[in-house]
Each structure stands twice: as C-alpha cells, then as structure tokens.
Write a protein that binds this ligand. Structure first.
Ligand code: SF4
Ligand code: SF4
Length: 140
C-alpha cells in the first residue's frame, strides 16, 4: 500500500505502459530491435551493393540476396541487387547483419506488432519496387 501510494504522487516514475491505448505515444527504447529494414532516400534510392556480407553474417539463413548484373554509365557490367529477401519469422534479432553491412544500408526498426495468420507475410522484400542504388555508393 505504501508503494502504491508513492506512485500516486510520483507519476513520472511509473514504467508500466497502457498498451495498446498508448500506441501513438508509447516509448520504445533506443536499443530495441524489432525488424531489419532497408533505408531508402526521398528519390527511392538505397545503398545496397548486393555484396552479400549481411547474408554471410546471418547465422540462420534469414537473408537471401538475389543479384543481377546491370550495365553502368561507363558501359561496364556491375553486380546489383535484384531482391533482398528477409524471413522475419526466422530472425533472432542478433544484429550481426547490420554490423556486417559496409554501406549502412540496413537498420533495425522499432516495429514489434508482427502477429499474423498468414505465414507468407513474414517473408519480405526489403528493397522497394523501382528503387535503385544511390549514385557513387558502389565505388566505396
Ligand atoms: S538480425 Fe541476426 S538473425 Fe536477423 S537477419 Fe540479421 S543476422 Fe540474421
Ligand atoms: S545490405 Fe549491406 S551487406 Fe547486405 S548486400 Fe546490401 S550492401 Fe551488402
């Protein structure tokens, strides 16, 4: 009773959140790992070179990089990403893929409401439709 009374007068110290009522305002810690996502800029460009470092780093085959070859402005053929396949249902959120990425293309999002009745929806293509690589990234 004494502790309950304490929290009546110290609202800011209450850690319990009223989910899902507070969905729009809820606090999620900076280190929370919810889902691997690929960053795209406003021009629908990403930084993925298709190097497969993330796929190799993943301990359980959650990532599959499907590559293709594109002809660059200089007429030379270059490896490029066709599809970044991510199986959310297999991911253990270990972060190893993100550490391995040399171009900081992928990050952990704070999404956490992953319940579904359709297993197929857990397999995601992370590069957006029509997206392409940001100019200059492949040379780095
Ligand atoms: S977070 Fe870990 S398990 Fe998930 S895709 Fe990355 S390396 Fe694989
Ligand atoms: S996300 Fe990063 S590590 Fe993975 S294929 Fe693309 S550039 Fe390479």
């Amino acid at each position: 009773m004494r502790i309950t009374g304490y929290y009546f007068t110290h609202h800011k110290e209450i850690l319990t959140q009223q989910y899902p009522e507070n969905r729009e305002t809820m606090y999620i810690g900076d280190r929370f790992r919810g889902e691997v996502v690929m960053l795209h800029n406003e021009n629908n460009e990403h930084r993925c070179t298709g190097c497969s470092a993330c796929e190799i780093a993943c301990p359980n085959g959650t990532i599959r990089i499907i590559s293709k070859f594109e002809t660059g402005e200089d007429g030379k053929k270059k490896k490029a990403i066709d599809k970044f396949v991510y199986h959310l249902g297999m991911c253990t959120f270990c972060n190893l893929c993100i550490i391995a990425c040399p171009t900081d293309t992928i990050v952990m999002s704070k999404a956490f409401e992953h319940s579904t009745t359709d297993r197929k929806s857990l397999t995601k293509i992370l590069n957006k439709p029509g997206s392409k690589i940001e100019k200059g990234v492949e040379e780095k």
